[in-house]
Design a protein around this ligand. Structure first.
Ligand SMILES: Nc1ncnc2c1ncn2[C@@H]1O[C@H](COP(=O)(O)OP(=O)(O)OP(=O)(O)O)[C@@H](O)[C@H]1O
Ligand SMILES: [Mg+2]
Length: 255
């Protein structure tokens, strides 16, 4: 199996005038080419920090991060990043938000943008501006924009966290369809345990203070998955135990 992403002995410390805070401690993770991996863990355990390191947005860390055959040395179009909030340009319509600095006069770009608009089910909304879109539609534009660059790895930091449960379920299904079609390697950070179980082939469970990997749980349930199946429920209980779950924290894990 070829690895798309290798995280080797990665540690991260934030320093300010008074103190140094160790946020990630000796992380090791291999993500195979085309694999769908979720990262779950308590707030503040360093999930977003880790994604930013993989994205090349922060180069001050110990250890190595390798994407494909290259050590990460900055942002690159081999890694797409989707944030919790969509970050669309309000002054650009849907198709221009997706195409960005690529010209739609180029036939190849035009075709790929049209294909992506169809893939994220936004046909008919090409000329619409972000203010006229719902949160879920905006997030679909953000996904199409990231996919246009044909990234080897798509990094998603709680992309559906701000959406209502119905839209979230809908977009999870859309993301699964995109993954099954494109086989882009996916690294998804989520607070939603069911989302990670529904989507991914393995769940990385993180611990806090300092952020470290507590367990990597393979999810060997065939797709499409039923959230009510016995195997789904068993894995949910298993991961909740790993997360050291207490009943009063229930809402933290979206169940
Ligand atoms: N630029 C920064 N300077 C100093 N500390 C930071 C910085 N960014 C993050 N931190 C700290 O690093 C820790 C991890 O933050 P991070 O945002 O990665 O957590 P997270 O797991 O994504 O949390 P959440 O689930 O709430 O999004 C936190 O304690 C945070 O305060
Ligand atoms: Mg975060």
């Amino acid at each position: 199996m070829v690895s798309a992403l290798e995280i080797k002995h990665v540690s991260k410390t934030f320093k300010n005038d008074q103190e140094s805070i160790l946020v990630l401690k000796d992380l090791h993770l291999t993500v195979n080419d085309g694999e769908f991996v979720s990262i779950i863990g308590p707030s503040g355990c360093g999930k977003s920090t880790l994604l930013k390191l993989i994205a090349g947005l922060d180069l001050e860390f110990d250890g190595k991060i390798i994407v494909g055959n290259h050590q990460v040395s900055g942002p690159s179009k081999d890694r797409g990043f989707i944030f919790q909030e969509h970050r669309l340009f309000p002054w650009l319509n849907v198709e221009n938000n997706i195409s960005g600095n690529l010209s739609l006069k180029n036939q190849d770009t035009r075709k790929r943008v049209d294909d992506l608009i169809a893939l994220v089910k936004l046909k008919g909304f090409e000329r619409v501006y972000p203010r006229q879109l719902s949160g879920g539609m905006s997030q679909r534009v953000a996904i199409a924009r990231a996919l246009l660059r044909n990234p080897d790895v798509l990094l998603l930091d709680e992309p559906f966290g701000a959406l209502d449960a119905f839209t979230r379920t809908h977009l999870q299904e859309a993301l699964l369809e995109i993954w099954e079609r494109n086989k882009t390697t996916m690294v998804l950070v989520t607070h939603d345990l069911d989302e990670s179980l529904f989507l991914s082939e393995k769940v990385v469970v993180m611990d806090a203070k300092p952020g470290s990997i507590k367990a990597i749980v393979p999810i060997e349930i065939p797709y499409p998955r039923s959230r009510t199946s016995k195997s789904f429920q068993e894995l949910r209980s298993h991961i909740l135990n790993l997360l050291d779950h207490h009943p009063q924290d229930k809402e933290d894990w979206s169940i």
